[in-house]
Each structure stands twice: as structure tokens, then as C-alpha cells.
Design a protein around this ligand. Structure first.
Ligand code: DHE
Length: 516
């Protein structure tokens, strides 16, 4: 190893772990860097003041994405300035227009498009060094440590203080609450038998939790900025999609030990962030969409293989995919780029694009659901930029219905046993509203406002579809339990900014009404 690399490595090892300390260190460093030009210094100072707490002191990402030229390739500078001024729809990014004048915004843009003076690295070696066995497999309990139905538990992520609550899905009583890593994002994923749940945090930590013994099993940091994780259909492999570095990471699901780091590259020097990765159980594979290379990758890691290096199957597309959805048979991927005018359908068997989709409102396809309407299988998705839900026939790919809502929505849910689909109005003045839609008439039959003025979002049903649980996204928030037939409130459980709720049974049976 050369001395510079060793020094860099040492420097990285010494990185302060707390954002506050890192911020102080950065400010001190700025004071010493006399040669910085005035605008560059101004940008760095503005960054330390306003951005570092979410995007990381070194711009490597945290709650927010990494702000490095490579990650901003698809964002023009004037668009970046607009995001700084006005915030970003469909994310936690607020606007700073009232705090920063035009010169400071310009300096900030300059700063975030300036390359780092080192290449952030998160190699196999770094990953291995972070792995920690918290409870050895031999010490885990042999039966659930409580009386509740282990398959009707809900895992509720509470973003307010970075905790998760395990909820008895019959009595709606919390049975356990534990600390999580900072800023979990994406759906936690379950082992196929529902015993274990895996969490991913935005800053790359993957944790495995035993839902019988109610204790963590292991954890590992698989990336610097992570999108999500997936578990293979046979439960043996965990795949992690990273923004930074540009990798897919495969872990052994038993103890989170590293199996493989797969660099995401087109083979011609271009690398890419991974938009998301999902398990495709009937295909015995993982499927990943890429953000900077217009390709879908399929990783055949299921079955008893997967112990050797994985060769991704690459499907070349004519546009990027930021978000996607599988048809129930996992034959087709319905995907869209955030800035696209249309979505696209890819046939995974043939490896080709087969249709365009009429989706132009920034669809949040990851939260789409399906049901049967007039004998045909339809999928429905809310949009992050438009107050409507689009309903698409999954045989013809035609839009069969558009339901106008009171504003753009984030999450949509239903259940095989429920006649209704629920969609939130996450953005705008009606963000406290949730619509209940009749799945056959496509009419809104009820608009609920469980806590006027507070964001109401993300529904999940219990295992038999009799109750629907809804989050009030507020530090003094709650999970509100509704009778899914009468739409009457049954119970309200105080929680600290609860975000997603995940029912074990619905997830492991791949219910048509929830995300997988
Ligand atoms: Fe999410 C799931 C992408 C912003 C809360 N979000 C997902 C998934 C993707 C995604 C690809 C599916 C992963 C999975 O289930 O494995 N989210 C994005 C974005 O690109 C976006 C718009 C910008 C970003 O900042 O990354 C974004 N998401 C947010 C938020 O601002 C939310 C509301 C708050 C937060 O936690 O940051 C948010 N996203 C969620 C939740 C899920 C999710 C709760 C899981 C939904 C589920 O039920 O499965």
C-alpha cells in the first residue's frame, strides 16, 4: 500500500462519528484553509451551517443523499439552485430561499459540484471491519418470547427518535420498542418464515433483528449511502443497493457476513448509483434498477447457488429507472425515471422493453398495489407531483382509470379481503387527508382526517385485512387503527413520528395490497 493511500485510510478511520463533531472539525479546517477563494469558502461555510447535518459533514450523505459531482450528474446547476431555494418535493429537503441570498446559493452550488480531494471508499475490507454479531445464532430463543401471533406482528418504524416498535396485530398493543440506526429508509424486509426482520439505514447500516427473542442478531455497514435492501426468496442472501459507493452488496442472511461486493459499472468506465433492489422469488433472483446507467440488472443468487461470484444479467433500456414495480407473476417490471414523461414496461423473461406507460406525474411505483377489476389485473400508483392515482391494466398496459385526489400522495395500500384501497395526500395543504377508494367503482368513498393539520400517511393492513393502520407523521404522532370495513377508528397508539408499518404475514405471503 503506498503512503498516501495509507494516510487516507488512517484519516478515514479517524473520521468523527458524530455529525456535530464533524461539523466543528470542518469549520476549524476551513479557518486554516487560507487559499480557499472567497466564494468557495462561502459555499463551504453555508454547507456546514445548513446542509451538513443531513448530507454529512464530508458530503458523503446521511439522511439526505451524498452531494458530490458524480451523484449530481442528472441535476443541472440551476436546478440544484432551485432545490436549495425551494426544497425538493417528495423528500425531507426543505427550502432555504429565505435564509440564503442568491450569492450564497450560487456559492453553495459551486461547492457541492466541486470534487472531493479524495475518493470515498467503502471496500469489502471496510464492510467486514464493521460487522458485529450481537447475539450468536446458538443463543437465540427456540420459541417466541410472548403470547401474540408472531405472524400478525407489525414492525413500526418511528423516525422521530430512530426507534422501532413491535406491535401485536391482534390486540394492537406494543410488545417491544428498540433503538434503530439513524434514519431508516425503505421497507424493512423479512426472512421467508417471518422470524427475522432486516433494516437498512440511509447511511448504510444493515441490522438483523429476531422477532421471536426481540433482540438484534447482527449488524454491518454495507455502504456510505444506501437506498434499500432485499432478501432472496430462499432467505439466504441479503442484497443492498448503494448510492455511495456505486455497488450492490450481497450478504449472508444468517450473520450478515460479506459474500460479495459487485461494482456497478457499464464496463466502459461509467459507474452508477443503484435506485433500488428487490427480491424476485419466482425468478430466483434479485432485480435492481440503476440511476446513472439505463439498465436493469438481474442477479441470479437464489436456490442453492450464490456461493460463487454473481454475474449480473444486464437489460439495456432507453431510459433510467428511479422506481419500479413487479407484476404479481414477476414477469414484468413497470418502471419510471423521476424526470421522465412516461414510464416503461420491461419483460424480464425476454429482456426487452415492451411498452410505454402513461405515467407523467412522478409515480411512486414502489408503493403500487394490484387487484382484480372487471376480470383484469390492474395496478394502481400514486404520484409524487400530481394529485391523482393512475390505474393501469397489466395485460394491455393501458390506463383504465384516473382518480383525482386532494394532492400528491406517497403510499397506497389495500388487502385481498378489503374492497377499499387507501392512498395518502402527503404533500400540500391537504396532507392531513387520506382517501379511501372503492376498488371496483374507482370512486373515493371517504376522506379521513385523523389529526387535522398533521401529515397522515402510510397504511398497512393486519393479516386478515380487518384493520388498517395509519401513521400520523409527527413527534407527537400516533398509529391510528381503523376498522377496515366501517372505517371507524378503533384505537390510537401514541408514537414518535411513525413512518412505515409492516405486517409480517402480508409481507411474507406477498399480499397484493402491500409492498414487497
Ligand atoms: Fe422513500 C420506500 C425511494 C423519499 C419514506 N423509498 C422507498 C423505496 C424507494 C424509495 C426506492 C422502496 C424501498 C424498499 O421498500 O425496499 N424515497 C425514495 C426516493 O427516491 C425519495 C423520493 C427521495 C429520497 O430522499 O430518497 C424518497 N421516502 C422518502 C421520504 O422523504 C420519506 C417519506 C421519509 C423518509 O423516511 O425519508 C420516505 N420510503 C419511505 C418509506 C418506505 C419507502 C416509509 C417504505 C414503504 C413501504 O411500505 O414499503
Amino acid at each position: 500500500m503506498d503512503i498516501t493511500a495509507a494516510r487516507r485510510r488512517e484519516k478515514r478511520k479517524q473520521r468523527p462519528i458524530s455529525a456535530a463533531l464533524a461539523l466543528l472539525a470542518l469549520l476549524a479546517l476551513l479557518a486554516l484553509l487560507a487559499p480557499l477563494s472567497a466564494p468557495a469558502a462561502e459555499g463551504a461555510t453555508a454547507y456546514a451551517e445548513h446542509c451538513a447535518s443531513c448530507h454529512g459533514a464530508e458530503r458523503l450523505g446521511g439522511m439526505g443523499p451524498a452531494l458530490l459531482p458524480g451523484n449530481l450528474k442528472r441535476l443541472k446547476r440551476d436546478e440544484a439552485a432551485a432545490v436549495i431555494r425551494r426544497g425538493r418535493a417528495a423528500s425531507q429537503m426543505p427550502g432555504f430561499g429565505e435564509m440564503l441570498d442568491d450569492a450564497r446559493v450560487a456559492a453553495l452550488v459551486e461547492f457541492i459540484y466541486t470534487p472531493l480531494d479524495y475518493t470515498p471508499e467503502w471496500s469489502a475490507e471496510h464492510i467486514r471491519a464493521t460487522r458485529r454479531i450481537i447475539n450468536d445464532a446458538s443463543e437465540l430463543v427456540t420459541a417466541p418470547a410472548y403470547g401474540a401471533d408472531p405472524l400478525n406482528l407489525f414492525v413500526v418504524v418511528e423516525l422521530g427518535d430512530h426507534h422501532a416498535t413491535i406491535l401485536d396485530g391482534d390486540r394492537f398493543e406494543p410488545i417491544h420498542r428498540m433503538k434503530t440506526h439513524f434514519a431508516l429508509h425503505g421497507g424493512p424486509k423479512f426472512s421467508p418464515d417471518g422470524r427475522f426482520v432486516y433494516f437498512a439505514s440511509r447511511d448504510g447500516w444493515i441490522s438483523k433483528f429476531d422477532l421471536w427473542g426481540l433482540e438484534y442478531v447482527a449488524e454491518v455497514r454495507a455502504g456510505i449511502n444506501t437506498r434499500n435492501l432485499a432478501v432472496s426468496g430462499d432467505g439466504r442472501v441479503v442484497a443492498v443497493a448503494n448510492y455511495l459507493p456505486h455497488t450492490l452488496v450481497l450478504l449472508d442472511a444468517r450473520d450478515l457476513s460479506l459474500r460479495e461486493v459487485i461494482p456497478v459499472t457499464d464496463g466502459a468506465g461509467r459507474t452508477s448509483r443503484v435506485s433500488a433492489v428487490y427480491g424476485a422469488p419466482p425468478r430466483h433472483s434479485f432485480v435492481a434498477a440503476l440511476k446513472d446507467i439505463p439498465e436493469i440488472w438481474e442477479l441470479p443468487v437464489d436456490g442453492d447457488g450464490g456461493s460463487g461470484p454473481v454475474t449480473p444479467r444486464r437489460i439495456v433500456l432507453d431510459d433510467y429507472l428511479d422506481d419500479f414495480f413487479f407484476t404479481p407473476d414477476y414477469r414484468h417490471v413497470m418502471g419510471a425515471a423521476r424526470n421522465a414523461r412516461n414510464g416503461q414496461v420491461v419483460d424480464l423473461k425476454r429482456g426487452v422493453k415492451v411498452s410505454d406507460l402513461g405515467l407523467d406525474g412522478l409515480p411512486h411505483l414502489g408503493s403500487g398495489i394490484t387487484w382484480t377489476l372487471d376480470g383484469r389485473r390492474v395496478m394502481a400508483t400514486p404520484h409524487l407531483r400530481k394529485g391523482e392515482v393512475t390505474v393501469i391494466d397489466t395485460a394491455t398496459w393501458e390506463t383504465v382509470g384516473t382518480i383525482e385526489t386532494q394532492g400528491p400522495g406517497f403510499f397506497m395500500r389495500s388487502h385481498e379481503n378489503s374492497p377499499y384501497a387507501w392512498v395518502d395526500v402527503f404533500f400540500g395543504p391537504h396532507r392531513d387527508a387520506v382517501h379511501v377508494i372503492d376498488k371496483q367503482t374507482l370512486e373515493i368513498v371517504e376522506t379521513l382526517r385523523p389529526a387535522p393539520g398533521k401529515t397522515a400517511a402510510h397504511v398497512e393492513f393486519d393479516r386478515d385485512g380487518r384493520h388498517a393502520l395509519l401513521s400520523i407523521w409527527d413527534p407527537a404522532g400516533a398509529v391510528v387503527v381503523y376498522d377496515a370495513r366501517t372505517l371507524e377508528e378503533v384505537k390510537r397508539l401514541p408514537m414518535n413520528k411513525p413512518s412505515g408499518k409492516y405486517n409480517v404475514y402480508n409481507k411474507i405471503t406477498l399480499s397484493e395490497g402491500t409492498s414487497h
